[in-house]
Design a protein around this ligand. Structure first.
Ligand SMILES: Cc1cc2nc3c(=O)[nH]c(=O)nc-3n(C[C@H](O)[C@H](O)[C@H](O)COP(=O)(O)OP(=O)(O)OC[C@H]3O[C@@H](n4cnc5c(N)ncnc54)[C@H](O)[C@@H]3O)c2cc1C
Length: 455
């Protein structure tokens, strides 16, 4: 019997560990271990936990159709997993445990511990990535730190796009091992399960891929795929996405979307090689500013009450749905760091508590990019002007009005002008002055660099 341990890879198709285990020809059993206490300590919010719960239930059904039972265990924290898994391996004739290698520090440590303590082998596979993280290197043999040459190299090497099939159905196994009780409220806007994910992928390719390049930056349009929750929980693999866009060949839309999938790969590649990133360490600590400590600013940002309409619309979309458009994520992150001068880690943690697509590598990569201390990050002097951004990317103000009802009656031109007294009686005046804060950030940063250089 082969035990397949599922984590952020909640699918039956294109699943290297499940497929690899099936090659032995012996019966397969799936295992999922819910660790709500550990997840909370990793800032995973209710929405993300509920999303995983719904997808684990969908996975259980999909595996059952293949005759594969999925056992659900509950271990509040990772530390009790080795004992629980060892007990399971004693209760059933398990020959090996199969899983994908994870990226996070605690997840990796757990795998190492299992490999050492289990009485059966732990067989680790790379998940269905587009790129071989271990072996992708520059001509000098060093690791990439800049996106464009990384993406170019990946394209040259050829991206992996041959999704694996599901394992062949087996005679249904009845184990008589009851699931541990585990429940998370699952009320996401996205329907759970692989069928729903593939349907959404097909719809995106038919309806929006060709215009992706043109509309991807517009939060007032449905121009992107909104597939991130499926990728983050591993319901969909990037190889499946790549296979789906192949028929659209070299079209601008397909190439532009592929570029975004490669950003995801880049951040995963960085975390693979720099595990400290998963522990909130900056990629370039010398490029971190001195942050201020101001709880009221943080709360205003979290609640979408900064007085900058596009920032507030984004934060309210996040709070209401668990998702935010990428353009607005960039702006909201830049605003926290370069206008409010707060530590990017506070933003990273808050996003994680709210996002349904919360993903360790992409979230960390996005925040370090905005804070200027990541690999290939926005430099300290690049400031997103929140009013200029809304003028460019939400010209009619539709997105802002959708999420900030106090501004429903305010004409677009006024929205992009901002300023005190200007907008609506129950909408806050700007919390800070953008131009002044941006200049202060740059000056402070420059001074700091000079001190470092002369130290
Ligand atoms: C501060 C910040 C935090 C972020 N946190 C997350 C996060 O926790 N989880 C997450 O999945 N994405 C995160 N992103 C990246 C990006 O905003 C989302 O992936 C994207 O908005 C999802 O929408 P979509 O599925 O419509 O993307 P599409 O535009 O349709 O792109 C397709 C897929 O490519 C990937 N992708 C797209 N843009 C990026 C990017 N810039 N970086 C990495 N991957 C990308 C996603 O998996 C996405 O689903 C963050 C970005 C920023 C600036």
């Amino acid at each position: 019997m082969q035990l397949v341990w599922f984590r952020d890879d909640l699918r039956t198709l294109d699943h290297p560990a499940l497929y690899g285990a099936s090659l032995s020809g012996s019966p397969l059993v799936g295992l999922y271990i819910a660790s709500p206490g550990q997840w909370r300590s990793h800032d995973h919010g209710e929405r993300k936990r509920g999303w995983h719960y719904g997808n684990v239930m969908a996975l259980k059904d999909a595996l059952a159709k293949l005759g594969i039972p999925l056992i659900i265990r509950h271990c509040e924290h990772f530390q009790s997993i080795p004992e629980s898994m060892a007990a399971l391996c004693q209760r059933m004739p398990v020959a090996a445990v199969h899983c994908h290698s994870a990226l996070g520090h605690n997840e990796r440590r757990l795998e190492d511990q299992l490999a050492e303590t289990l009485s059966v082998p732990l067989v680790r596979y790379e998940d269905a990535n587009l790129v071989d993280y271990q072996n992708t290197a520059t001509g000098q043999g060093t690791r990439y730190r800049v996106f464009t040459p990384f993406a170019r190299r990946c394209r040259q090497l050829g991206l992996s796009d041959a999704p694996l099939p599901a394992p062949p159905p087996q005679a249904a196994l009845s184990l008589n091992i009851p699931d541990d009780p585990w429940h998370e409220a699952s009320k996401s806007l996205w329907p759970c399960g692989e069928d729903a994910a593939h349907k959404a992928l097909r719809r995106f390719c038919q309806q929006r891929l060709s215009g992706y390049q043109q509309w991807r930056d517009r939060p007032d349009h449905t121009g992107t795929s909104a597939l991130s929750p499926y990728f983050a929980a591993g319901v969909l693999s990037p190889r499946q996405a790549l296979a789906a866009i192949r028929p659209h060949g070299d079209s601008e839309g397909a190439q532009s979307w592929l570029n975004e999938l490669l950003w995801r790969e880049f951040y995963r590649y960085l975390m693979h090689h720099h595990p400290g990133l998963s522990r909130h360490q900056a990629m370039h600590p010398d490029k971190e500013a001195d942050w201020v400590n101001d709880e009221s600013r943080l709360q205003a940002w979290q609640q979408g009450k900064t007085g900058y309409p596009l920032v507030d619309a984004g934060m309210r979309q996040l709070n209401a749905t668990g998702w935010m458009h990428n353009r607005v994520r960039m702006l909201a992150a830049s605003f926290l760091v370069k206008d409010l001068h707060l530590d990017w880690r506070l933003g990273e943690a808050y996003f994680m508590t709210q996002l349904v697509d919360g993903d360790l590598a992409s979230n960390n990569g996005g925040w370090q990019w905005a804070a200027g201390c990541g690999a290939d990050a926005a430099p300290y002097f690049r400031h997103f002007n929140p009013l200029r951004q809304s003028q460019r990317f939400d010209p009619d103000g539709d997105y802002i009005r959708q999420w900030v009802p106090e501004l429903a009656e305010v004409p677009a031109a006024q929205l992009h002008k901002g300023g005190p007294f200007l907008l609506a009686p129950d909408y806050p005046s700007p919390l800070v002055d953008h131009a002044r804060q941006a200049a202060r950030y740059s000056q402070q940063f420059q001074r700091q660099q000079e001190v470092t250089e002369h130290a």
